[in-house]
Design a protein around this ligand. Structure first.
Ligand code: ADP
Length: 473
């Protein structure tokens, strides 16, 4: 099958979160299982020049707001599969990837340009795989084009929901400016008096997917559907959940280039050296006995930072270390700073985004905290499992799919998991985890259980291929 994957971000070209990891890895995994896949993503100011191998199309004319716009497309295989990066400076050469009031227009343009590019590349794709609201526009465009442009007649669309909380809403009066003027198109976008790109993708794509089974159920409930749960329920017979894979070329403690010491499930000795280095890096006293609790995240309400704030004092009272990497809302950044000031010998913080440090923390930490309010899939718990860093998570979304609560009696399970969004429930699991940590045999078992799980992309890619086949039924 010929598969075009469209995404607003993709590793290594751009990344703000899990979507970037997924979009970077999926096309490569699809090729590995025999599909003819390629990726289309914007070329941002942040995209490193070394990744732009050569110009694929230097006169990509895109009809935009009634005028021709000349874009370009660069070619690369830096993510291990053919990639086309759409270069349109006025849309994508900005200080940050998202966060502008006209984001909806920037991505509407990206979708439109991507479809122009696909046509320039030759044979029509069997599948156009669209990710999150940024790509909802193309779902409508293809559904519309199918009826009068024979090029698109046999192309089917898959729309993947990575996070329902971001929906790309905008004034419905803008639609005609982007070329969406028919009733069909207007109805696809219309949502409570405005236009929603997420709703459009959900409404018209041939098949839908979410990034975990559990999240697929959660977004059918009003609490997690953000006003679109009715539509997800309506289309639930077209929806499946596929847990993201882990790109082991990037996240593998045996080969990780960010680390000076390496380890694997059979021989975990190198992890202690990573722990020592991590403590040194954060200028913390090097005592390898107490555990390091870690967290790497965007500091937003979704990630359960409130629960971490509520239990941080109790964790410190056990003599443990806490290391946090992340940036986001001011109140959360302030909290981590205050905690560091309060216990400088136990707390290490880094405010900002740092890929290299993320790898070092996964390798050197003992426990990883993810008490999220909601978590469509979550990647860090899977990286943690691979790196022998035991996750303590809330049973939501992908966290529930990938973490099994440890049972000390039969030795099964790979982490610690609680249900209710309550600090005392989280703390209970933290104490349980500490109890296990101080029993070396139990801990080794727990690490083994996590490190030997196959969360590979190959598994996930095969499921996507099945999903692509389902678009024809
Ligand atoms: P989300 O997509 O909601 O942010 P995920 O767990 O799916 O959450 O993916 C987050 C990804 O972003 C992971 O690869 C994580 O390591 C990375 N990440 C988040 N914050 C930072 C940061 N401050 N520095 C480095 N990597 C980060």
């Amino acid at each position: 099958m010929r598969v075009a994957v469209l995404s607003a971000e993709a590793v290594p070209y751009s990344k703000t979160g899990g979507l970037g990891d997924v979009a970077g890895a999926l096309p490569k995994a699809l090729r590995a299982v025999g599909e003819d896949s390629f990726l289309i993503t914007p070329c941002y100011l942040q995209t490193k020049g070394e990744y732009l191998w050569h110009t694929a199309v230097d006169d990509l004319w895109v009809n935009w707001r009634g005028k021709p716009y000349r874009a370009q497309a660069f070619y690369s295989e830096a993510n291990g599969s053919p990639t086309f990066l759409i270069d349109a400076p006025s849309f994508f050469h900005r200080d940050s990837i998202y966060g502008y009031t006209e984001d909806y227009e920037r991505f509407a343009f990206f979708n439109h340009a991507a479809l122009e590019l696909i046509k320039r590349l030759g044979a029509p794709p069997d599948i156009v795989h669209l990710n999150d609201w940024h790509c909802g526009f193309a779902a409508v465009e293809i559904a519309h084009l199918r009826y009068w442009d024979s090029y698109w007649r046999n192309t089917r669309t898959v729309f993947s929901i990575h996070n329902m909380a971001y929906q790309g809403g905008f004034d419905i009066g803008e639609l005609w400016k982007f070329g969406f003027s028919s009733d069909f198109e207007r109805n696809a976008f219309a949502f409570n008096g405005y236009a929603s790109a997420m709703k459009a993708g959900l409404a018209v794509a041939d098949m839908l997917s979410t990034v975990s089974r559990r999240y697929g159920f959660e977004i059918q409930q009003p609490e997690n559907g953000y006003g679109l749960d009715w539509l997800v329920r309506q289309r639930s017979n077209r929806l499946i959940g596929i847990v993201n894979g882990v790109d082991f070329d990037v996240w593998n403690p045996a080969t990780d280039t960010a680390l000076n010491s390496h380890f694997n499930a059979q021989n975990i000795n190198g992890k202690q050296a990573c722990k020592k280095e991590l403590l040194e890096q954060f200028s913390l006293p090097v005592d390898l006995e107490p555990p390091i609790f870690a967290n790497i995240t965007r500091l937003t309400g979704q990630k359960g930072i409130d629960l971490m704030m509520a239990v941080a004092g109790d964790i410190l009272a056990t003599g443990s270390y806490i290391i946090s990497l992340g940036s986001g809302e001011q109140r959360y950044e302030d909290f981590w700073q205050r905690l560091r000031d309060y216990a400088p010998r136990q707390v290490g913080i880094f405010r900002g985004y740092n890929e290299d440090l993320a790898h070092k923390i996964e390798a050197g930490a003992d426990l990883f905290m993810m008490p999220s309010k909601f978590e469509p899939c979550g990647l860090n718990q899977m990286y943690s499992l691979r790196y022998g860093t035991v996750p303590v998570v809330r049973a939501v979304g992908g966290l529930d799919d990938t973490v099994q609560n440890f049972d000390a009696v039969n030795g099964k399970g790979n982490g610690f998991k609680f249900s209710e969004y309550r600090a005392d429930k989280f703390l209970e699991k933290i104490y349980e985890a500490l109890f296990a940590y101080y029993d070396k045999d139990v801990w080794r078992r727990l690490q083994w259980n996590g490190m030997t799980i196959d969360n590979s992309w190959e598994n996930a890619a095969r499921k996507y291929v099945q999903l692509y086949r389902m678009t024809k039924s």
